[in-house]
Design a protein around this ligand. Structure first.
Ligand SMILES: [Zn+2]
Length: 181
């Protein structure tokens, strides 16, 4: 018996069971410390939470959201924070080739970006931003670091008026994930 749990989820009462791996009791109930599979061991009267390996590492066709770590000539490096809208605990990086995108500033370091995983090549996760909903979800002005608004396919700073281009997602500034910043 197993089911997916999020940190803080109630699994059982302390009268029924004892805390096992990755769980704690808050005085009345046993709760989980991490995202994972809750496994109730009825024989030993223990509740354990096992790491969800399927969640902690992106697979092909997964939609990921992350923070741009580095911008290079022909690719960007992204630190993945969400896989299919689920937050992940362990740090995973992916790269996204950008040489086919006709923009000067596809994304900046620290931008929040949505990508689709296309595969795993020699231990490196590769992603794409080819798709209307894929691309930058949140960015700032390159000149002054202040807020920008979208104007067709460019962004304009609300402070200094600097205009710039990005590969914007159709969900630019609309995503709930802006909150995580
Ligand atoms: Zn500005």
């Amino acid at each position: 018996m197993s089911n997916e749990v999020l940190p803080g989820d109630r699994i059982a009462t302390i009268e029924e069971y004892e805390t096992g791996k990755n769980t704690y009791d808050d005085g009345t109930v046993i709760r989980t410390q991490m995202i994972g599979d809750a496994i109730v061991d009825k024989k030993e009267r223990l509740v354990n939470v096992k790491n969800l390996s399927s969640n902690s590492f992106p697979k092909t066709d997964d939609i990921v959201i992350g923070v741009v770590e580095a911008v290079m000539g022909s690719m960007i490096v992204v630190s993945v924070a969400y896989i299919n809208s689920q937050p992940i605990v362990s740090k995973v990086e992916c790269i996204c080739p950008t040489r086919n995108i006709r923009k000067r500033n596809i994304a900046l370091v620290k931008d929040l970006i949505k990508l689709k995983i296309v595969g795993n090549l020699n231990g490196t996760l590769h992603a794409t931003m080819d798709g209307p909903d894929l691309g930058v979800l949140f960015t700032k002005c390159r000149k002054c670091g202040k807020q920008v608004v979208q104007m067709r396919d460019i962004v304009k700073c609300t402070e200094c008026g600097w205009t710039d281009d990005r590969k914007l997602s159709s969900e630019f500034l609309k995503s709930d994930f802006i909150k995580i910043r």
